[in-house]
Design a protein around this ligand. Structure first.
Ligand SMILES: [Cu+2]
Length: 473
């Protein structure tokens, strides 16, 4: 075992050196949306070192509406990656220590099982490294592929990687990065406050939000894309899904050229281009007149009622022959847009009674546990065990504290049903942990026990991760 590891380490070091000797090594430039790294000027392949980090963080999905996004690089979509056909990529995926979930990356530009998913599976506070060669030019989606895959994608874990052809791309004046995604929240569109992910709606494909770049208004007003009359704009457009196909359209423009599905096939004079979930397109157009050009998913209720609307603001000389009409601002403001008020942060809540604990604990549960264990506490058969009337939970509440703060791994039986998975340690405060467990223990026919922050503190000092024996692998 030890010897194997040593041999593998030497082998890896040798492989890395061998590669480094044959190709120049450069660090990848990563950009957050809507920006794109500069065009590649190289006429030769390189070894490109990519360092990307997965981060889970609460951001606004709409004015006054907060959502726990899971991200590549802190933004939705994740950072844009630009390489050249023939490049060898050394990919470092780091999962921030504050993450509650393991994550990985499946790049559609990879030739290999899982697109890098298994090789890049990374627990919180760890870094994984793998290599691949960019064999095919094109615009490709990348996404997290950690179970439950749909949930990781629905929380915003996707982005684009452009593999430029060896001969490069024609020069244009402006390049931008736009990516659509559908989101599923417990509350309806615009409902204020923190909104947890809703697995049921996601399974039914009943989206509350359909967004460009991760929030309502991400590309509106001051954040609009900009260009000048006479310039050619190239949009790298992706669709992370998880569910919906995009009918991507720019109101008042015609795409001079589209690289259909992000591939080599060029179509010309296109009004609306279809972008599948997990797919992309490159759309180019020259701007003839000034004004606001609105990007939409032409499945039009999504644009006006679910947020799939962005703006390109174009400056320059009118050309009354090309277009005579008056171009008004704000004509296309979404009808169902969220109420324009932002709550002044969330107060720090400390429970002073059992009722408080139940109330606060419910919120902690909804934000941190419900995505897996479900709103009714019944879990998902084969994947997440029930907390409702759970014999495993009720027979040992101290162990339950350990499960939450230290994690649980290996085969267990809950109410006669077998589970063999991993529950990640949750980085919650003693207060939040106590409230969540008290809420659970007093819901769904459980034993009614009360857990205090001191009980949790004690286990934090004494307890450790529970690894059940007898795993089949
Ligand atoms: Cu993930």
């Amino acid at each position: 075992m030890k010897l194997n590891k040593l041999v593998a380490a030497i082998g890896m070091a040798f492989a890395l050196t061998a590669q480094a000797n044959s190709l120049p090594v450069i660090d990848a430039v990563l950009t957050s949306p809507p920006m794109v790294p500069p065009p590649i000027k190289r006429d030769h392949a390189a070894k490109v070192v990519v360092k990307m980090e997965t981060v889970e963080k609460v951001m606004e999905i709409a004015d006054g509406v907060e959502y726990m996004f899971w991200t590549f690089g802190g933004s939705v979509p994740g950072q844009f990656l630009r390489v050249r056909e023939g490049d060898e990529i050394e990919f470092h995926l780091s999962n921030h220590p504050s993450s509650k979930m393991p994550h990985n990356i499946d790049l559609h530009a990879v030739n290999g099982p899982g697109g890098g998913a298994a090789a890049s599976f990374t627990a919180p506070g760890h870094t994984s490294v793998f290599n691949f060669k960019a064999l095919h030019p094109g615009l490709y989606v990348y996404h997290c592929a950690t179970a439950p895959v749909g949930m990781h994608i629905a929380n915003g874990m996707y982005g684009l990687i452009l593999v430029e052809p060896e001969e490069g791309l024609p020069e244009v004046d402006k390049e931008y990065y736009v990516m659509q995604g559908d989101f599923y929240t417990k509350g309806a569109y615009g409902e204020q406050g923190f909104q947890p992910f809703d697995m049921d709606k996601a399974i039914k494909e009943d989206a509350d939000y359909v967004l460009f770049n991760g929030s309502v208004g991400a590309l509106n007003g001051e954040k609009s894309l900009t260009a000048n009359v006479g310039e050619t704009v190239r949009l790298y457009v992706g669709n992370g899904g998880p569910n919906l196909t995009s009918s991507f359209h720019v109101i008042g423009e015609i795409f001079d050229k589209v690289n259909v599905e992000g591939g080599t096939l060029e179509n010309h004079n296109v009004q609306t281009t279809l972008i599948p979930a997990g797919g992309a397109a490159v759309a180019e157009f020259k701007l003839e007149v000034p004004g606001n050009f609105i990007m939409v998913d032409h499945s039009i209720f999504r644009a006006f009622n679910k947020g799939a609307l962005g703006m390109i603001s174009v400056d320059g000389q009118e050309d009354k022959v090309v277009y005579s009409g008056k171009v008004a601002e704000n004509v296309y403001l979404p009808e169902g847009s969220a109420v324009q008020s932002i709550p002044n942060g969330r107060p720090k809540l400390v429970a002073t009674s059992k009722d408080d604990q139940l109330l606060f604990g419910k919120r902690v549960y909804e934000a941190n546990c419900q995505a897996c264990h479900q709103a009714d506490g019944n879990g998902i058969p084969g994947a997440f065990p029930p907390l409702a009337k759970s014999d495993f939970l009720n027979e040992d509440t101290t162990r339950a504290i350990d499960v939450v703060i230290h994690g649980l791994k290996g085969p267990i039986k809950v109410n006669g049903k077998a589970f063999d998975s991993i529950m990640p340690a949750m980085s919650l405060s003693d207060e939040d942990t106590a409230n969540a467990l008290t809420y659970i223990l007093n819901s769904w026919d459980n034993n009614g026990a009360v857990i205090s922050p001191d009980d949790v503190k004690e286990r934090r000092d004494e307890g450790k991760a529970i690894i059940m024996e007898g795993s089949a692998h």
